[in-house]
Design a binder for this molecule. Sequence first.
Ligand code: C2O
Ligand code: CU
Ligand code: CU
Length: 477
Amino acid sequence: MKLKQPDTPAKDSIDVTRRTFLRAAVALGGAVVAGGVPMVVLGQQGGAGTVTRNPLRIPGASTPSGLTLTCAPGTASLGGGRSTSAWLYNGQFPGPTLVANSGERAVITLSNKLPQQSITHWHGMLVPHAADGHPHQVVQPDGSYKYDFTINQRATLNWYHPHPHLKTGEQVYRGLAGAFIIRDSVDTGAAGNSLGLPFGAYEVPLIIRDATFDSRGNLSFGNKSSGFFGNTPLVNGTLAPFLAVDKAVYRFRVLNGCNARVLRLALSNEAPIHLIGNEGGLLGSPPVSLTEIMVGPGERLDLLVDLRGLGQGSTVTLRCLGAGWDLLQFRGTGVAGGTGSIPTGSLSTIAALVGPTTVTRTFTFDGMTRINGKVYDMNRIDFRVPFGVVERWRFVTNGNGPHPVHVHGAYFQVKSRSGGRARVYPWEQGWKDTVLVHDGETVDVLIRFDAHRGLYVMHCHQLAHEDNGMMTNFEVV
Ligand code: C2O
Ligand code: CU
Ligand code: CU
């Protein structure tokens, strides 16, 4: 991936006249016209123009071949002169974006400089047990762990984060998370890619999460068993970010990195967002045009946004409708740029798993701490799954949702949802590794473990639930 350098710091590019105009527009109900596209300008915490926005941070890229990843306490700058104490991978918040081609070998040494035990998991990577970051593999402070695996899967956005038993929520919250992008011969992330997808500065990872700060401006973590909900959004560790955008199609690689919060993404002008992929890479359909997309903790989205009509100085904002937050403001540079476009045909071919119509296994997500009535025990293996066989798994819950159910070691295909929202959404097609189960819902998936045998876990990715025991060990045999 060609890296976009962070925008030059924080001279607000909206001049006084424009600010006044924006305020007037908000007062009048917010309709302004930008580049011929009617655009609703929505205020954030006091109205457009009154918030000082900070340039979106773009984490630096690293190769996973021969990487030392150190997790340690440090200080993270949040933009606008604000900083917080945090726990960081290689001093960065979020951690470096790992980028590799499918077929490459990842050799990574994790060095734990935290005051407590840790282990890193590569969420979405199909790796042998020994490289999966199972809670059994935790290393003590000053210890290290060596990962060595071959990346053998299609292009997608995965991520990495700690996975020690009982401490995942706190460690992720304090800043330990990063993107892991896999490329392949179709999704090369470079000029000439066969789908014409935006690349370079026009492909931007967005790690969205929430946080709460104490009176000194440091991240504060309230470890509630019902789940942590912060009162402030951060994108790539930036407070109130903006991104200067050319007249171009942009590709946003989105990760919901929140401990518990489900995000409902939309654009402030209600323009369509073109969905092209999720956890398992590009969809097996043409892009799907949507005005709102729901993404739960751990889930990823691959989105195209057409900003070719955004004139110089005009803005449009990526919002979370659930929290009513402005997440990221796009500010037009007026410069025509980029060669990316929105594909019209099918993005990839995904063969539907063929498997049993009767349920192989049922998992109930009970209370806030149990699966099938049991609290997680690292030393208990709850079930065994035959290698290479398609099974139908059923996820059921009656309360304390939403539960983002995540499986290690395989991707699955969502077949049905009954009760609750009673449908499968466009962003739930193709290959998934995490699926949201709301209260009263029953979700069926087909799954086949055909990458590795060994011990893996399935758990709720609401991290307070996970830490409190909503996790299970199983063995692929
Ligand atoms: Cu993202 Cu088992 O976790
Ligand atoms: Cu995972
Ligand atoms: Cu849960």
